[in-house]
Write a protein that binds this ligand. Structure first.
Ligand code: ADP
Length: 499
């Protein structure tokens, strides 16, 4: 359609926005309050759409629908194979609409159209198909129970799952959580981030077309303290899975503790170290570390925002990294030659600029960038600070923008100690050809994912989550299914048994 034409011509066409209401029990409906909110195009700051604004009453309605679908509906009762088949149908529909979906996230989140088409949408499809394949492989164990008993475990869907997602990868985040929940036989109430609610509503529509029963997937766009909090404090939500800031993660645990002790899993902030050793190929190191911080404008929880370079190659690295940052083209995300689009909204734009000021004030050396790019929209230049010290705010706090903090190190021990000097522990990168260094650092660094000679190498089969204040619980992999399952031990007395 229109989006495809735009991609081919490199033009600026926003797809027609078809779904702007809440999706509850298989229908698009207005909010009980009749209210709506604006979602903006970060390229211009202009209003893209008015979206129905969910609040407590709407969340209540969505939870009732999800509960009904869970307790009395077909979804948890159909075979895993059948659930997987419907999930695969949804994946087929996503592939059919890939251009339009990539354009939707492109306009709503300022994401590169081209990468949306070749990375975001296909990765989400792959995630869905991975868990579609898992749906008929969820089973318990037989237990070795002493005495005259037999025992086994049953894995049951946990029930109604609340899903709260951030705005940086609207499509991936939706399917990262919804796919295993569906495979497990759960029903879900999803609150997408208020900055990027559009694609989730489209997925609800596609799920209905695929034949996923009404009430299984409900989508309630709205704000965190209202719609989000209504989910996390709801007495009839069994589990909540969240990706977002550490601060809100805390609030969510508190809400669970105060309400019904619903299960909580949190994927939170990061300040991931990228460690580059003397033996590394400097060009390759520059390339990877540039992607690690500037990809998706640094709006990525696993961004390699602290870069440690060993002293032998430091000067060469700095020269080439600055050049690479200058050549990293900032511009319209719908233009195929662009490397980096605008920050998602004004709040983030100003936040990143504030951190750049803090970095200067703390005495770090600004090597390149450091200001807005252009005079319209929320664009920021790729920015590199050198001479950063461990205790500076720009080394400790998550900036969530295209700002690299560069540090020099001498020994392996030193870099391990510095890498772990963070409240976060989401990811880490290692660039070296030395196997002993790679193994030692991989095992010493406190991070949920370690990438050696690569970065952002995600796969649905690789569990993903945090150490320390980056959260707990894992997305992806067969392990993630545990978040959506209850385990029941069944012990039966035997009349008699030879063993
Ligand atoms: P960011 O700072 O990156 O926007 P947040 O953690 O604030 O990240 O937001 C991530 C998601 O959490 C969004 O969907 C947001 O609406 C939601 N959220 C924010 N505050 C709350 C809250 N008090 N309770 C539940 N969800 C919230």
């Amino acid at each position: 359609g229109k989006a495809a034409a735009a991609a081919a011509g490199g033009g600026l066409v926003v797809p027609e926005i078809r779904f702007t209401k809440l999706f509850i029990n298989g229908e698009f409906v207005d909010a009980v309050s009749g209210k709506s909110f604006e979602t903006r195009d970060p390229r211009t700051g202009e209003v893209l759409a008015h979206v129905a604004e969910a609040d407590k009453d709407d969340v209540d309605r969505a939870v009732v629908a999800a509960r009904e679908a869970f307790e009395h509906g077909k979804w948890p009762r159909m075979s895993g194979y059948e659930r997987g088949r419907l999930m695969n149908k949804l994946a087929d529909l996503m592939e059919e609409h890939a251009d339009e979906l990539a354009a939707l996230d492109g306009a709503d989140a300022g994401k590169l159209l081209l990468l949306g088409k070749i990375i975001d949408i296909p990765s989400a499809v792959q995630m869905l198909r991975y868990y579609a394949g898992a749906a008929d492989k969820i089973h318990g164990e037989s237990l070795r129970v002493a005495g005259k008993y037999q025992g086994y475990t049953l894995k049951e869907p946990i029930g109604v799952v609340g899903i709260i997602t951030p705005w940086n990868f609207p499509t991936m985040m939706f399917f990262l959580k919804v796919s295993p929940a569906l495979a497990a036989g759960c029903t879900v109430v999803v609150k997408p981030a208020e900055q990027t609610p559009l694609s989730a509503l489209y997925y609800a529509h596609l799920a209905k077309l695929a034949g996923i029963p009404d009430g299984v997937i409900n989508v309630v766009p709205g704000f965190g303290p209202t719609a989000g909090a209504a989910i996390t404090s709801h007495m009839d939500v069994d589990s909540v899975t969240f990706t977002g800031s550490t601060e809100i993660g805390r609030t969510i645990m508190e809400a669970s503790a105060r309400s019904n002790l619903k299960m909580v899993s949190l994927e939170l902030g990061g300040k991931s170290p990228m460690m580059i050793f003397d033996d590394a190929d400097v060009d390759m190191a520059v390339n990877l570390s540039k992607l690690a911080i500037f990809y998706n404008k640094g709006e990525i929880c696993v961004a390699g925002s602290r870069v440690y370079v060993q002293e032998g190659i430091y000067d060469e690295y700095v020269k080439k990294a600055v050049e690479a940052a200058k050549n990293w083209k900032v511009g319209d995300p719908f233009d195929a030659t662009t490397n980096m689009g605008p920050q998602v909204d004004k709040v983030q734009f100003e936040r990143v600029l504030k951190y750049i000021e803090i970095g200067k004030r703390e005495g770090a050396t600004l090597l390149t960038g450091g200001k807005p790019a252009g005079d319209k929209g929320y664009y920021i230049e790729p920015t590199i600070f050198a001479d950063v010290k461990e205790d500076m705010q720009i080394a400790q706090e998550e900036i969530f923008g295209p700002v690299m903090s560069l540090m020099k190190f001498k020994t392996v021990d030193e870099v391990i100690q510095k890498a772990n000097c963070s409240k976060y522990g989401l990811a880490a990168g290692i660039i070296t050809k030395n196997l002993d260094i790679a193994n030692r650092v991989s095992r010493s660094v406190k991070a949920g994912t370690v990438w050696v000679n690569c970065y952002f190498a995600f796969d649905p089969d690789a569990p993903f989550g945090g150490y320390k204040m980056s959260g707990f619980g894992r997305d992806q992999g067969m392990l993630a299914l545990d978040k959506y399952l209850q385990v029941k031990s069944v012990i039966t007395a035997l009349p008699d048994s030879p063993w």
